[in-house]
Design a protein around this ligand. Sequence first.
Ligand SMILES: [Zn+2]
Ligand SMILES: [Zn+2]
Length: 456
Amino acid sequence: MPPVAPRRPPARYVDLRITRALFEGVRSHVENFTRGEEAGFLLCSLSRLAERDVLLANEWHPVPDSAIARNANGSVLSWSSEFNSEVLQRAVDLGSTAVLVHSHGCPGPAFSDDDRRNERGLFAAFSRILDPLLTGTLLLGRGDACGSFWAAGGHGGLVFRRIVVVDAPLEIWHSGDDRITASPSRARLARQTLAIGPASDAKLRDAAVGVVGVSGGGSHVVQQLAHQGVGTLIPIDDQFLDETNLGRHVGATAADIDHTLKVDIAKRVINGIDESIEVRAVAERFPSRETIAALKEADVVVSCLDRFDAREDVNAFCRRYLIPLVDIGMTIRSTGEKLARADGQVIVSMPGRACLRCFFLTDSLLARERRERPPGYDENPDAVGDPQVVSMNGVLASEACNSVLDIVTGYSNGRRVARQWQYDGRTGELLSGDLPSRRAGCPACAEEGQGDPRSA
Ligand SMILES: [Zn+2]
Ligand SMILES: [Zn+2]
C-alpha cells in the first residue's frame, strides 16, 4: 500500500466574547504605556461549538507592576512565577482557563520575538495543567487583535478569529485570520442601507440570530429579520401548525394545518425572501440538547414564548453564554367583547446589565405559573390558549426587530441599550424606559459567563 500522508486535524477557530465593561477595564490597563508595556490574564469559561471555541471572559487579573521585569525599551520580559501560580490556581478553582492579554498600542498587531519566547515558556505548561481547556495569548491592536492558542501542551490547529465585545452595537475586533467574505452589497437592502449606512449590510450578513418560538410573535420576527438581511437565522419550535394558529401566524397557509412544522414555515418564509440566508431550524423544544447546541451559535437571541418558565430558561441560557436577549410577551384579558388589559412588553437584556430575572421574572410570578399552569399544560388538547391578536403581536415583533437591528448595526447610537418597551394594545400607546439596575442575588446573573457546564 502507498504510504498515506498523516492528515492534519482541521483547524478550530477561537473567539473571545467579553462584555463592554470588562473589556474597557482590560484596555485601560494594557493601553496605558506610561511605565512601558502592561499585561494581565483574563479568566475565561468556554462555549464549545461545532467548529469553534468561544472563550467567555469572566475576570481580569492585571500583572502588578511590582511583579514585572522589563527590558530597556519597556517591553515585558517576565513576571514573577508567584503571580502565575496565583492566576493558575484561581483558574483551576473556577474551572476556567487563563488568557494572557497585552498591547503594543498599534493597529495590525504582531507578536514580538520576546512575546513568542514568553509564550512558549508559559503556555506549554499552562495548557497541560488546564487541559482539556485551551489557553493562550492575545495581543490587542486598534480595533483588531492577534492571538495564539495552546491545548494539552501543544501549539497548532487553533486559529484565533475575533474578539466580540458584547454591547449595542456588537463590536468585532477581527484578526488577520478572520475570513471576512467581501461580498457585494445587496441590492434588495438598498433602501435600508440608505437609512442606516453602508456598513450595515456586511454586519447583518455576518450576524446569526436565534428565534425561540416562531408562532404568534416569532413568525413576524423571522420574517422581518429575513427582510433586514440577517445572514443566519436559527428558528426553534417543536410544534406543528394547527388551525387556531392561522389567525396570527405570518406566512402560514391553510394547507399547512396539521401538516407543517412551524420551523418549516419559518424556513419557507425566510428563504422565499432570500435563499442565501442560512436557516438552522430545530424542531425541538428549548432547552433540549439540540436547541442549546444551535442557539450557542447565535449573536443575539429573540425570545417569543408564552410561558414564563420557558422565558426564564432562555434568559438563564443567554446569561451563561453572554448573548444579548430580546424578549417579547403579551398578556390580554377580556371582559365580554372588550379588552380589560392588553399589555405587551419588549425587553432588551444585555450581558453585564439587568436580566429578565433581575426584575420581571420574579419567584412569585414563576410560582404562580407553576400552580396555575404546570409544565405540559399547553400540550393538553383541551387547554384553553391565551387570547392573542395578530396585529398587536406585530407591534412587539417590530420593536424586537428594531432592537436586533440596533444590536448588530448600532443605528440608535446607544439609545436602545438596556431598555424596555411597554405597549397598551387597547390605546396603541408604546412607552419606553430604562431597565432597573441588576438585582443582587439574581440566580441567572450569578451564572453569567459560565458557559458550558463543567464536565466532571
Ligand atoms: Zn508584546
Ligand atoms: Zn439577573
